[in-house]
Design a protein. Structure first.
Length: 158
């Protein structure tokens, strides 16, 4: 019986981010894939520090997307679906590329069912993540502005 080949995508947005570290993400996903009958070549494990929410601009995301086209891998796996992007539109494009190639997308800690319900659940999860990230961004900007005002600095309200 031929083994299915999987790639693992790991990402952190801050090199100081302690959890989930890149190595911890691999340690979580790889044994799970192996239990499911996949082999995971070291050359198919991608560890990325990418600070932008624009994951499609990350050069490393192109690797797994190129692997799915000629079916060098059967599956792209990660810990959570949110490792793909902070923006739902970007995530949807990445997911669509993987699915159009006939490959699977697996997220160990994000429930994904097959079919239309799984697609809809993926959109809900990605939208919730986007709202969470945007709320954190607004809070950070407001906090910086408030601190500058308390220090008597001139603040642009644009």
């Amino acid at each position: 019986m031929a083994h299915k080949v999987a790639a693992i995508w790991t990402r952190v947005s801050d090199p100081k981010e302690e959890e989930p570290s890149l190595d911890r993400q691999v340690a979580t996903v790889k044994p799970w894939l192996e239990e499911e009958g996949y082999i995971v070549p070291e050359s198919k494990v991608i560890k990325v520090i990418w600070t932008s929410k624009k994951i499609p601009d990350c050069p490393e995301i192109q690797l797994p997307l190129h692997w799915v086209q000629p079916r060098q891998v059967d599956t792209i796996a990660m810990t959570h679906l949110d490792r793909l992007s902070g923006k739902p539109g970007h995530m949807a494009r990445i997911i669509e590329t993987i699915k159009e190639a006939g490959c699977k997308l697996l997220a160990k800690n994000t429930p994904l069912t097959s079919g239309i319900m799984g697609d809809e659940l993926g959109v809900v999860v990605s939208l919730a993540k986007c709202l969470q990230v945007n709320k954190a961004d607004v809070g950070a900007k407001d906090g910086l502005r408030d601190r500058a005002i308390r220090q008597g600095l001139v603040v642009s309200m644009g």
